[in-house]
Every structure is written in C-alpha cells, then in structure tokens.
Design a protein around this ligand. Structure first.
Ligand code: HEM
Length: 407
C-alpha cells in the first residue's frame, strides 16, 4: 500500500457535505482570525510584562502594562473561540493527516488543553494583581502564562507540521518495530516556521497600538501624552520587529522541501514584500488617524500567510497523490443552509451587535447609552437567536422522529 492510498483509506467514508474547495477557503479564511488573536495576545503579554518591569522608569509604563494585560485576557478567549472554526474545517478535508498527527502525539494534544487552562488562570492572577502597588514578584504569573502560551503554540505547530510528513508516521508509531502508543513525544518541529509565525507578534502588537491610540483619541479623560507614548512605541515595535520576521521567513523558505518550486513561489516573495511594505508604511506614514488602516494591512498580510501555509500543504501532500478534490461529495443541503444562515444571521447580527456595542461603549467617557439603531440591532440579535434555537431543536427533533419512529 502506498502512502497516498493509506491516507485516502483513512478518510471519512461519509465524504464531505459540500465542495472541498469551499471548506478549504473557509479553513484559510478562519485561520486568519485565529492567528490574528494569537499574535495580538502574545504581543500584548510580552508588552504587559515589559511594562510591568519598566513601570518605575516612566509615567506611562504601568498604565500600558495594565491595558495590555486586559487585551491579552480577552485575546486568549477570542483566539480559542476563533481556533474552533479552522479546527473543524481541517478535520473535514485533512482528517487523515490531522487525526494521525494528533494520535501520534496524543499526550501533548490532550495536555494542550490542561496547560492552556493553567496558563489562562495564571494570566488572570496577574490581571487581578497588576496594580501600581503590586510587588515585583507578581510578574512571575505573567511569565509562566506567556511561557505556557508559547508552548501551546509549539504544540499546535508540531501537530500541523507532523501532518505534512506522512512518510515518517510509521517510524513514529512503531520505532524499531515496537509499537509506541504513549503519544508522549512531539516528533517534528520546524523551528523557522514556528519562530517566524510567533515573531509576527511584534508587528501585530505594534500596529494594534497605533489603532489603540486612534481609538481612544476622542476620549477627553485620557491623557494625550499617554496615547502619544503608545503610538510612538507601537511604531517602533512594528518597524523594528519586521526585519526580524523577514529574516525568519527567509530561513523558513530555505528550509522548505527541496525541488525548488516552493522556494521560488511568488507567494513567498509577496509575503516577504508585504512585511517590508508594512514596516515602511508604518515608518513613513504613521500620523494619527491611520491606525485602523495599518491593522487592515496586517490582517491582509496574515491572509497571505494563511494562503502560503495552504500552498505548502497542497504541494507536499500532492507528492503522495493526496488531493482534497478526490473526496466523495455528499451534499447535505439542510446542514449547508443551516450553516450559511447561522453564519450570516447569528454571526452577522449577534456578532455585529456586540462589536458595535463594545466599540461605542469604549469610546464613551461617562455611562454609555446606545442610540436607537444599536437598540434595534440588539432586538434583532435576540430575535435571530430565538429563531436559531427554535430551528436547531425542531430540525433535530424532526430527524430523531424520522429515524426512530418512521419506517
Ligand atoms: C495559546 C494558545 C494557542 C497558540 C499560541 C496557538 C498558535 C498557533 C500557531 C502558531 C499555529 C500555526 C502552526 C503552523 O502553521 O505551523 C496554529 C494553528 C492552528 N491553531 Fe492554534 N494556537 C493556540 C490555541 C488554539 C486553540 C485553542 C485552537 C482550537 C480551538 C487552535 C486551533 C488551531 C488550528 C485549527 C490551527 C491550524 C492547524 C492546521 O493548519 O492544520 N489553536 N495555532
């Protein structure tokens, strides 16, 4: 049996419930959201630690540290929620690779959840204690949390990377012919890839600070010198962080599978170019008012990275004769309609309502009162949730009645 036919045999025999290309696009698109919050969180964690340690060296560090502690606290919850979507999509079209890799490092895959809980709790302790009068030792909670988040990123990376090396699965499953079911090892790490992705936390938190300064600019109760400090710092971090990322990207490119077509791929150039362009734009055009634009440019760069990861995956797996286009397609219209309407209805209205509410509330100096349009959006969000819950349970009950009671 060849490796390709083994992977094809490991596929879910039920096939996929829609065009594989659609799931691939959703995978690539939703991963951008996941990694955006991963990078913002890691960058905010590092800055919160630095700000805490530097709080006696300037008037704004303590405040920035507290603000970044809050950003990271919310960031972790969002990166987890937004990690679920690509996780589901990779399980649909890359199920043989994802499951094989997870089983081969099962203890790490399970430990990932436990460590994430410990890391997040540790971050919460730091969040609760990060005040001007806090003792220096408190920072240990933040350092432990950050180290755990980095470890979790490494586990995620190893699970992703091992999935691209099916020719080595047998050697990991049964080293020397003896089956090892412990799942106790991370078998493969591609350091340049991992470090490159993690290094993007610097430009990510840098452009975030530019948008942060713009966002709070209309608030008369916030000291403008603090916002100017955040803007200058963000600019420096984004500009000086980018060459480090670029060097790591070049290292990763040199470490790609031989054969040349990936190394010279236009997308690798585009990715490198986008990093340089972002640094140049931030350096030359970071006047107040452009923060959201830089944030948008950063997200566009992450989309290139996401596409690049997918190009590598498709290219590597095609050498084994594996293609997602060979999946048996069993279109399940009710599920597809439920999914699309949930995304638009619940995602659009409920998500839109919360985003608008948070955006406006954060900018209000005193108590925030939503206007008529936000109130209408809120009512529509509650309405769509009721419709969604009713549809979900009615559909489930109908399927159950059909399967159990009807011939
Ligand atoms: C602190 C926690 C986390 C960190 C630092 C992190 C970081 C990362 C990184 C660096 C990658 C890219 C790996 C690579 O391409 O080499 C990645 C991929 C991914 N992460 Fe996370 N992650 C975290 C938590 C999560 C959680 C909780 C989920 C799911 C609920 C998740 C789902 C995913 C998925 C589905 C991928 C793509 C896997 C693939 O390409 O096959 N991550 N993550």
């Amino acid at each position: 049996m060849t490796i390709g036919s083994m992977m094809n045999a490991m596929r879910d025999p039920a096939g996929v419930p829609g065009a594989p290309g659609l799931f691939e696009a959703l995978f690539v698109g939703t991963w951008v959201l996941h990694i955006a919050f991963v990078l913002l969180t890691l960058g905010a964690c590092a800055l919160a630690v630095a700000g805490f340690l530097l709080r006696e060296s300037g008037p704004h560090w303590a405040r920035l540290s507290a603000a970044m502690t809050g950003v990271a606290k919310i960031g972790v919850s969002l990166l987890i929620v937004l990690g679920v979507a690509p996780l589901l999509f990779t399980q649909v079209i890359y199920d043989p690779q994802w499951y094989a890799s997870n089983v081969l490092s099962a203890s790490w895959a399970i430990g990932f959840i436990a460590t994430l809980i410990v890391g997040y709790c540790s971050w919460f302790v730091f969040y609760a204690k990060n005040e001007a009068s806090a003792k220096r030792v408190v920072v240990a909670y933040a350092v432990v949390a950050l180290a755990i988040f980095l470890l979790d990123g490494l586990i995620m990376h190893a699970l992703t990377y091992q999935a691209l090396l099916p020719e080595r699965w047998m050697e990991w499953y049964a080293p020397g012919g003896v089956v090892d079911t412990s799942g106790a090892r991370l078998h493969a790490v591609q350091w340049p890839r991992y470090l490159f992705i993690i290094s993007l936390s610097a430009p990510a938190v840098g452009v975030f600070l530019l948008a942060y300064a713009d966002y709070f600019a209309p608030r008369s109760d916030i000291d403008p010198s603090y916002l100017a400090f955040a803007r200058t710092l963000g600019r420096k971090i984004a500009v000086f962080g980018s060459p480090v990322s670029l060097a790591l990207l070049l290292w990763w490119t040199a470490d790609l599978p031989p054969g040349g077509h990936l190394v010279a791929h236009p997308l690798a150039f585009l990715l490198a170019l986008s990093l340089l362009a972002l640094a140049w734009l931030v350096w030359t055009k970071s006047a107040p008012g452009r923060g959201y634009l830089f944030l948008g440019a950063g997200v566009a760069m992450l989309l290139l990275l996401s596409i690049w990861r997918e190009i590598i995956r498709v290219s590597v797996l095609s050498t084994f004769g594996y293609s997602i286009d060979d999946y048996k397609v069993n279109i399940d219209w009710p599920s597809a309609i439920l999914f699309a309407t949930t995304l638009l209805g619940v995602g659009g209205l409920v998500g839109g309502f919360y985003l608008t509410l948070c955006y406006q509330a954060g900018r209000a100096r005193e108590v925030y009162f939503p206007g008529a349009s936000v109130a209408r959006l809120g009512s529509a969000a509650v309405g769509v949730l009721i419709v969604w819950i009713a549809t979900f349970f009615t559909y489930g009950a109908a399927v159950w009645v059909k399967n159990v009671f009807l011939p």
